[in-house]
Design a protein around this ligand. Structure first.
Ligand SMILES: Cc1cc2nc3c(=O)[nH]c(=O)nc-3n(C[C@H](O)[C@H](O)[C@H](O)COP(=O)(O)OP(=O)(O)OC[C@H]3O[C@@H](n4cnc5c(N)ncnc54)[C@H](O)[C@@H]3O)c2cc1C
Ligand code: SF4
Length: 554
């Protein structure tokens, strides 16, 4: 083999999946090097985010990192509600039972604080194995010898070889793509999440959300406030900030030509939120990221040769009805991947680490959560357009409305049934039609008025920190025609049709009396969400290590 620097284990990415893999390798005494592209772990990462410790999970974050909750999390989430909205009418359900199902605990987190705390622990523990953690390094592909994966290549350093490589490099995993394990072609396989972190003193949070110091609240929003786009909104209390955001199916966002920042503003300025946001709205950060829909993309065999994929890189992000569970599964998968290698090695069959890992994902019940069998069996019917049209017309008819009124006492209980939320079809019915009808028929009018004025896109981009990589764009357009790449003009969270700045712009080029709509791209304001890798015809990669956007909150 080549004489490149060699480690027994390489972990690419220091998010929850990478941190869990590295800690587990270290527990087995395996020499481990972690490679992270951000200036600090968390500086590239965005979550809503509530991290769950599931009772049924073989590994949770505080198993692997004692003291996590006290040092790296924000608040335990003790109240969980969903608000069905139609105009200014709202009907709210308490979903605390669903939230607490199979839950040992669940805390709100901010990714910069959480991941940088994990980084310090991972660095300490991997150093004891003879390895360590490097930040500011971008892994740009797999190193192969005689067709076999033997290591990784980097922008900043010579290639590094390893006996086992864990790709924990997130939703736009360049390693998964290089290995041919994941493509980014179908918008219906992805969600786009957009988020604002809002400043709020602890005493205001206590008053407005009626929570004590060791309590927190989660509020979810669905109905007619998002221009018919399939998805919803969230609000989570942190220690002295709020996380507010939206998560939409990417295909729906594209089909409706909706602009992510406007949908977020629709949530922020809804009168229901006035009671919480008051008249002192101060936005600290705007951010965005794609997330995979595990029901459609979670890989059943997330491995190839020496490469094991964990977390978003393996499509392991579960939308369990309204509940988003990605970080916990990344942790479990990272630990199972490392454990599988350690056990396979102890039997002198390290080449079987991948099949062992896939088997553990099944036997530990992870795959059942990520790809519920019932959903797969039913979706042919429940997601059929004709069926959806019929269901929606019945629901919105006098008969359907009478049914909703008749069920009024039981709807909250039905929303709390875990198996029903796992079967929820990916159609407008549960996201838009049903919540709208519920609010219209059962809701009460909100009397408050919103005085929130969210910053415009220019101010939001201006508030972000970038180490711009002038002259070295990390994304290039392969096809600049509007047909191929025009969807990105609206769907890119830092672009907009009527905005002269941002990443994507539409232009009309006139030549010889004919007109052509084309698209241009400026990657400087890019927040690296990954959307245009899916909706436009691009050569997509992350910026070089420590270049590009740096999130302070995440
Ligand atoms: C708006 C939003 C809301 C969400 N809400 C929740 C929630 O409430 N609860 C929940 O559990 N999940 C939530 N998620 C999903 C969750 O964030 C992900 O599922 C989770 O972060 C996946 O963890 P990971 O370790 O696989 O990847 P990531 O957390 O994305 O970490 C990947 C790491 O790899 C690094 N990296 C990437 N490429 C390279 C490279 N080429 N070289 C070197 N380093 C690289 C990145 O910088 C990053 O540090 C949400 C996501 C979004 C966008
Ligand atoms: S340019 Fe692409 S990756 Fe960057 S923010 Fe826009 S859509 Fe996201």
């Amino acid at each position: 083999m080549s004489d490149y620097e060699h480690y027994e284990a390489l972990v690419v990415g220091a998010g929850p999946g990478g941190a869990a893999a590295a800690a587990t390798f270290a527990n087995y005494g395996i020499e481990t090097l972690v490679l992270e592209r951000g200036v600090e772990a968390g500086s590239k990462n965005v979550s809503g985010g509530l991290i769950y410790a599931e009772e049924s999970a073989p590994y949770t974050i505080d198993d692997l990192f004692p003291g996590f909750r006290e040092a790296a999390a924000e608040r335990p989430i003790t109240k969980y509600r969903i608000h069905n909205i139609a105009g200014d009418k709202v009907e709210s359900f308490d979903l605390t039972d669903l939230h607490e199902h199979d839950t040992e605990w669940s805390d709100s987190v901010l990714r910069r604080k959480m991941d940088s705390w994990l980084e310090d622990r991972v660095h300490e523990r991997t150093r004891e194995t003879g390895g360590g953690l490097l930040t500011g390094v971008h892994v740009n592909g797999l190193l192969r010898e005689e067709g076999r994966i033997v290591g990784v290549t980097l922008d900043e350093l010579d290639p590094i070889t390893a006996d086992i490589i864990v790709a924990a490099d997130g939703v736009n995993s360049e390693l998964a793509r290089d290995a041919g394990l994941m493509d980014w072609d179908e918008p219906d396989e992805w969600f786009q999440g957009v988020k604002a972190v809002v400043d709020m003193p602890e005493d205001a949070i206590a008053d407005r959300f009626d929570v004590a110091e060791d309590e927190g609240a989660a509020h979810l929003f669905s109905g007619d406030l998002f221009e018919g786009v399939r998805g919803g909104g969230f609000l989570y209390t942190n220690r002295d900030t709020l996380s507010l955001g939206t998560v939409f199916h990417l295909d729906s966002l594209v089909a409706e030509q909706a602009e992510p920042h406007e949908l977020l503003d629709g949530l922020l300025t809804h009168p229901l939120l006035a009671q919480w946001l008051g008249d002192d709205y101060t936005e600290l950060e705007y951010s965005a990221k794609l997330v995979p829909d595990s029901k459609k993309v979670a890989l059943r065999e997330p491995h190839f040769g020496r490469l094991l994929l964990v977390g978003d890189a393996a499509g392991q992000m579960q939308a369990q009805g309204p509940i988003i569970k990605g970080m916990n599964h990344a942790v479990t998968a990272g630990a199972l991947a490392a454990e599988s290698y350690a056990q396979a090695k102890s039997r002198n069959e390290p080449e079987k680490a991948g099949t062992r890992y896939a088997r553990k994902l099944r036997s530990e019940g992870v795959m059942k959560k990520l790809r519920p069998r019932g959903y797969e069996l039913l979706r042919g019917v429940t997601e059929d357009d004709g069926v959806t049209n019929v269901v929606d017309s019945v629901l919105t008819s006098a008969v359907g409305r009478a049914g909703v009124r008749a069920l009024s006492g039981r709807l909250e209980r039905l929303y709390n049934v875990p198996t029903l939320s796992a079967l929820m079809p990916d159609t407008r019915t549960p996201y838009v039609t049903l919540p709208t009808v519920i609010a219209e028929e059962l809701g009460t009018r909100v009397r408050d008025q919103s005085s929130v004025t969210p910053p415009d896109l220019e101010a939001r981009i201006g508030g972000l920190t970038y180490d711009t990589d002038i002259g070295s764009p990390h994304i290039t357009l392969r096809d600049e025609s509007y047909e191929a790449s025009g969807a990105a003009v609206a769907a890119c969270p830092v672009s907009a049709v009527d905005f002269g700045g941002g990443c994507y712009r539409e232009e009309v080029v006139r030549t010889n009396g004919s007109e052509e709509r084309v698209v241009s791209l400026d990657t400087q304001p890019c927040v690296e969400c990954g959307t245009c890798a899916v909706v436009a015809d691009t050569d997509w990669s992350h910026p070089r290590g420590d270049k590009g956007v740096e999130f302070k909150w995440g």
